[in-house]
Each structure stands twice: as C-alpha cells, then as structure tokens.
Design a protein around this ligand. Structure first.
Ligand SMILES: Nc1nc2c(ncn2[C@@H]2O[C@H](COP(=O)(O)OP(=O)(O)O)[C@@H](O)[C@H]2O)c(=O)[nH]1
Ligand SMILES: *[C@@H]1O[C@H](CO)[C@@H](O)[C@H](O)[C@H]1NC(C)=O
Ligand SMILES: [Mg+2]
Length: 433
C-alpha cells in the first residue's frame, strides 16, 4: 500500500508549492518530472546538510552534487531530495533581523524550476509526510590517515572526530537539524568517504534499505565526471532559477536606476529547459557591475584584494573602455567603506548605485535575499568585474553564461595592488547544453 499513498501525499505537497505563492507564474509542472511510482518501489527520501562554516554560494554547489545524485537515483528508484532549510550562516550579520533560520528554499529559488531537474521537497513538507525523524544518518568524514593515494572508497567506521550528534536515553540521535528541536535520527553512523557523487548511488540503493537517509557534511561528495566541465553540472545549475519575487525587485531596480530591461538588454528568461543562448546573444544594461568582496577576504586573500583607490582606478578603466558612466556596486563591505569607495569614483563623475533595502524590506528578504538581488543585477550588466576566487562571483559568472553574454564581458576580476593590472583572470567555464 505504501506506494500509491505516498504518491498522493507527494503530489499533494508538490501542488501546495505550486498552487500557492506562485500564482502569477505557473510555468513549471513539477509533477511531470516525477519518476514512475509503482507500488513495488516506495518513494525514498534523501536529506543532507553541509559543514556549518560554509557560505551560501558554496552550499549552492553542494546542492548541485546532491541534486545530480538524486537525479541519477531516479533512473532506477523513486527518490525525493529534501531541501535543507537555510539559516545561521556566518555572513548573515544584519542585526535588524533577529534570527535568520529555518528559511525555506522557495524564499530564494524557484522550486518548480528545481523540480524540473530532480524531485525536491521542502523540509517542512517532509516532516508533514514522514514525521520528525529520519531513519539513517551518516556523518561523512575523511579517512583516518587523511588522503593518501587517490582511489574511490567508502566505509562505515568509528568517528574520526567528535561528531555533532549525541544519543538520547531512548536510543534516538539528536543533532543540530537546522534548528528543528524535535527532529531525531533512528540510527547514526560515521562514514569515511573518498568518493564521487555517483558512487553513493549503489550504496544508497543496495547497502541500505531505509526509506529516509540523511547525509551530513555532503560537501565531501566529489563531483567527479559531473564537474563544472560537464553538461550534467550545467543542467543542475540552470535549474537554480532565483525566486520570482527577488527577480522582480531586481528588475524594478534595473529599470528605475540603470536604464536596464530584458527587452533592450536581450536577457529575457524562458523556462530553463527551453533556454539555450549563444555567447554574445545577451547585451546587458548600460552599466558595469562590480562584485567587491571585502570583510574576511581582506585577511583570507589580502594579496588579491585591492585597496579602494586602486580598485576605483581599475573600474574607471573598464568604464572608459566600454564607454559607460554608471557603476552598480555589490559588496559585503561595511557601509563607511562602500561610501568611501563611491566618493572616490564620484570625483571622476561616475555615479555608483547600490541596492539598499528599507528595514522592512530587509526583514522580508533577509540577507540571503538581498545578496541574490545583488547577484541578479550583476548578472544583467553589460560588463561584470568580480572578486578573486569568490563563490559569490562564480555564481554570477554562471548566471551570465546562462543568459548568453560574451565571455570577455564576464570573466574579469579586480587585481590586488601588488599584482598589477595584468593579473591572472578567472577561468572561463563554458556553459554546456
Ligand atoms: N548583499 C551582498 N552580500 C554579499 C556580497 N558579497 C558577499 N556577501 C555576503 O557574504 C557571503 C559570502 O559568502 P559566500 O557565499 O561563501 O561567497 P564567498 O565567500 O565570496 O566565496 C554571501 O553569501 C553574502 O551573504 C555582496 O556583494 N552583496
Ligand atoms: C556495500 O556493500 C558491498 C557489497 O556487500 C560491500 O562490499 C561494501 O563494503 C558496502 N559499502 C559500505 C560503505 O558499507
Ligand atoms: Mg565563503
């Protein structure tokens, strides 16, 4: 009986996503993408979490790995990926907002777009369907001796470090679980892995029978053949469309301040499965966008982060080269620092624009929503300049590849003061269809 009942629950849940909150845009039909739920194969659920120290944009890359794993699992068995709620990220520091946790994915991404790549559901919906628990929990860790020679391997074994889980008197396991205090795991194990994402498929299908499986430290999974160079990686990436309300705010800002709209910029969005652009198809709005990563990068990558003066000099050169007058600035810099930078540019008659929400909007959007709006506006600029090895910058590169910009208008970065202006530029990741 399990199968058909699950199917009903699942379709119902997917319908809840689709039928509410997305009323003005029902382009996507998630249920068309669900595998064949025959009664002999009940749906299984894959949950995951990432090392707490990781930022938003690396987490997006981990999502692509897990989403591809679930996609490959679905070739043989019905699996649903349970989306880990967002919260408590180190960079989400706005003190105007009390506690930024338990944020669902639909706040940031278009869930129906994600579901066109692999079946997904929100954690809250999982709890409604399966209760406050997962059957098996694996904490992925390195092998005790660290990395020796490369070979794929995985083994359930003792924990190398103190795991972030503990056993209750009733035998169940408690952990952080995104701040959901009643959530438990029936069984907990540490598992050493040195393995590509695809290698988890036979393990999940054959070694264990649990209906629900949680993989913590999922960033340990390696892309392998499904890395940035592959079509599979790009398919997962293309499905990560930003949530409509965030795009709308970005569009409004572009129109109001940057003379930018999709028709004149040639950046119209289609359902991603139908969208295929060539380099040079997109024109972009008449502004240059800069992602200027500061804060912890001043220490982590001091040599590659320029001073405000030198950064302004570099930006002026780009503006001159492309004959543009407006700069859009996305940055994590403290306000005074951003103001100082803008004042330097003002001396050269350059007007700099930043997206700054009101307190009420900030409360609604949260730091993650504001960051996405910044990324979205950067993605639509005529020319983009990013920051050295920032995943925030990388995600903008990809967005621009999807829209079809010339690569020379995308793969640029600021050079550190000592590096000189001819510093090595970012790797060009070609989109693959
Ligand atoms: N709004 C906004 N936030 C930013 C910007 N740059 C960095 N941040 C914040 O800082 C975080 C950077 O962490 P992460 O996503 O890991 O990117 P990375 O550290 O640059 O690789 C982002 O997720 C944002 O919360 C920016 O230009 N605008
Ligand atoms: C999975 O099962 C196979 C076959 O029984 C076994 O060789 C392998 O070690 C198991 N994997 C893990 C991680 O336990
Ligand atoms: Mg980071």
């Amino acid at each position: 009986m399990a199968g058909p009942v699950d199917l009903q629950i699942l379709l119902l849940l997917l319908c809840v996503h689709q039928c509410q909150g997305h009323s003005n845009e029902n382009l996507y039909q998630a249920k068309d993408n669900l595998p064949d739920y025959s009664p002999s194969k009940p749906t299984r659920y894959l949950l995951y979490d990432v090392n707490p120290g990781e930022g938003f944009n690396l987490r997006r890359d981990v999502y692509m790995r897990v989403a591809n794993l679930v996609k490959f699992l679905n070739e043989d068995e019905p699996w649903v990926l349970v989306l880990p709620p967002w919260g408590r990220l180190y960079h989400w520091q706005s003190h105007e907002i009390p506690l930024q946790s338990k944020i669902s994915w639909k706040h940031f991404f278009d869930i129906n777009s994600l579901a066109l790549h692999a079946p997904v559901m929100e954690f809250e919906d999982y709890i409604k369907a399966m209760g406050n628990k997962v059957e098996r929990l694996f904490y992925l860790q390195r092998f005790k001796g660290g990395w020796t020679k490369w070979e794929e391997k995985m083994e359930i074994c003792d924990c190398v470090e103190e795991p972030r889980y503990h056993q209750l008197a009733n035998g169940k396991w408690r952990g952080q679980f995104f701040g959901y205090e009643d959530f438990v795991a029936d069984k907990f194990d540490c598992m050493s892995t040195q393995a590509y994402l695809l290698t988890f498929k036979p393990f999940l299908m054959k070694n264990i029978t649990a209906r629900s499986v949680f993989l913590d430290r999922a960033e340990s999974m390696i892309h392998g053949q499904y890395s940035e160079w592959s079509r599979e990686w790009w398919t997962a990436r293309r499905s990560m469309v930003f949530a409509k309300p965030l795009r709308d705010i970005g569009d409004k800002f572009r129109k109001e301040f940057l003379d930018s709209d999709d028709i004149s910029d040639k950046t119209e969005l289609e359902v991603w499965t139908n969208m295929k652009r060539n380099h040079g198809d997109a024109k972009g709005g008449p502004y240059i966008a800069l992602h200027f990563r500061r804060k912890d990068y001043l220490y982590a990558h001091g040599k590659e982060v320029p001073s405000l003066e030198i950064a302004a000099k570099q930006v002026l050169k780009y503006l001159k080269k492309y004959n543009l007058k407006k700069l859009f600035l996305a940055t994590d810099a403290p306000n005074e620092e951003a103001e100082e930078f803008m004042n330097i540019l003002k001396k050269s008659q350059i007007k700099t624009y930043r997206y700054r929400p009101s307190i009420d909007n900030l409360k609604e959007l949260k730091d993650g929503g504001v960051a996405i709006i910044d990324q979205y506006i950067c993605a639509h600029a005529r020319v983009f300049i990013g920051s050295y090895v920032s995943t925030f910058t990388f995600r903008i590169h990809e967005e621009r590849e999807i829209l079809g910009f010339k690569q020379e208008a995308t793969f640029n970065r600021l050079c550190g003061d000592e590096e000189g202006e001819e510093c090595e530029q970012p790797t060009k990741w070609d989109i693959k269809y």
